[in-house]
Design a protein around this ligand. Structure first.
Ligand SMILES: Nc1nc2c(c(=O)[nH]1)N[C@H]1C(S)=C(S)[C@@H](COP(=O)(O)OP(=O)(O)OC[C@H]3O[C@@H](n4cnc5c(N)ncnc54)[C@H](O)[C@@H]3O)O[C@H]1N2
Ligand code: MOO
Length: 399
């Protein structure tokens, strides 16, 4: 049972989440579907890249020692063609990416030569290796290509394709059950009765969690009773790796989530010294992890970035997702914090030599509008003051 009297630090929450955290099983997937997946094995180069010496320019291939003379053109080599050995005392017309003919050791680009009736005049002083991309320049056979634990970005996909990989071993996506509490919630498209609101968190989290690698296995609205919540958690824990709830983790009369969790598994930690998102609850039901996000939309949004991203990253074997990248910016706002660290939603703009951080004026945890233009969270420590121009640390919201 978690100590309900004190507030925990975000570091304690992250430590609790990383307890026993290990990647799930892995699978082969087609390269075209592997974007943002995490590599489950280190891959090695199958061949040299580039696989043959080739020209970096459109021009003429020759022996550098022949420069300073007029050379006749003995062959023409396009990319994709095979070259014949270069005849002595001649040059070859060559194009970017075309294989170097055996015997040639340099390329001169066409803008630098003079084409005459009797041949091509090559100015003197050409250096061996000029404008030649040597075989294996990028990588050689058996060298490490991409390390296990790398999240495959677009460049990695192109690089792997360049090595002929058409499928790759990646960690399985964590299955996430997303449960919403709050009898006041309706779906867009339905009419609102007095007192009701639309379930914004549903759309926010259904978009955000897959960006962190989640596969949503269940998305459900749970009626605000202890029995319904207990049944929903039990069902979800049998099919998901992670259960995420929003709302119902504070101290209100309808806040059943913690009690339901404790009847089935364990509450590991509750309540953080942060704003927004104080009532965050962490726990588990058998092997299934539980993250209870506070219901206020901004609390859910910030909690997902700070805690679900590293958890889902850990389940996918991705160290890079342990922490958000940080930059220092100049505040374009003033604020004063009380007893909790404040994660303010800010818009960073590069101003030539530094970042400027603008904060949406209303930073209340119910105002999701404050997140719409935000690309970072400025972390303002408890009991501190920030004035315009002060340096603030900002966590970048990159998924
Ligand atoms: N007496 C106290 N009251 C509250 C405390 C406290 O310490 N003592 N903490 C406050 C803080 S801080 C937060 S944050 C909220 C979080 O409470 P819950 O996690 O129990 O969330 P709910 O009460 O269910 O909802 C809060 C708020 O958010 C709206 N909501 C909920 N779900 C959604 C959704 N899916 N989409 C859009 N909006 C949603 C809900 O209608 C409420 O307005 O508790 C404070 N209270
Ligand atoms: O912890 Mo709450 O999100 O500050 O309103």
């Amino acid at each position: 049972m978690a100590d309900s009297g004190r507030l925990h630090t975000p570091q304690q929450a992250l430590a609790s989440l990383s307890n026993g955290l290990a990647p799930l099983s892995w699978e082969w997937v087609a390269l075209e579907t592997a974007g943002d997946r995490v590599l489950a094995q280190t891959l090695h180069a199958r061949h040299d890249t580039p696989p043959f010496d080739n020209s970096a320019m459109d021009g003429y291939a020759l022996r550098a020692e022949d420069s300073g003379r007029v050379l006749s053109v003995s062959q023409r080599i396009m990319a994709g063609q095979q070259a014949a050995p270069l005849e002595r005392g001649t040059c070859a017309r060559i194009f970017t990416g075309a294989p170097m003919p055996e015997g040639a050791d340099s390329v001169i680009m066409q803008e630098e030569v003079e084409v005459r009736d009797e041949g091509v005049f090559i100015p003197a002083g050409l250096k061996v290796g000029n404008s030649v991309r040597l075989q294996g320049r990028e990588i050689t056979t058996d060298e490490v290509l991409v390390n296990q634990g790398t999240r495959l970005n677009s460049a990695a996909l192109g690089f792997l394709a360049g090595q002929g990989f058409d499928r790759v071993p990646v960690y399985r996506k964590p299955r996430v059950a997303l449960l919403f509490t709050g009898d006041e919630l309706r779906l867009p498209g339905e009419a609102l009765a007095p007192g009701q609101i639309y379930n914004g968190n549903r759309f926010m989290l259904m978009d955000l969690l897959p960006r962190f690698g989640a596969e949503l296995s269940l998305v459900e609205q749970v009626p605000d009773t202890l029995e319904d919540m207990t049944q929903a958690l039990a069902r979800a824990s049998r099919q998901a790796d992670v259960i995420v709830t929003t709302g119902g983790v504070s101290v209100g009369d309808a806040d059943y989530v913690r009690r339901a969790l404790e009847s089935l598994g364990e509450l590991d930690l509750w309540r953080l010294s942060i704003r927004p998102g104080k009532p965050l609850a962490l726990g588990h039901i058998n092997q299934c992890r539980f993250v209870g996000l506070a219901g206020n939309p901004v609390s859910s949004f910030v909690g997902a970035w700070l805690f679900l991203r590293p958890l889902l990253g850990g389940l996918q074997g991705c160290d890079e997702m342990k922490a958000l990248p940080a930059v220092t910016a100049r505040a374009a706002f003033s604020t004063e914090t009380a007893g909790r660290d404040h994660y303010m939603r800010v818009t960073l703009q590069w101003e030539g030599d530094s970042y400027r951080a603008d904060a949406f004026e209303d930073q209340d945890s119910s105002v999701l509008r404050s997140c719409v233009a935000a690309n970072a969270l400025a972390v303002i420590k408890s009991h501190s003051r920030v004035a315009p121009g002060d340096s603030v640390s900002c966590l970048l919201l990159v998924s």
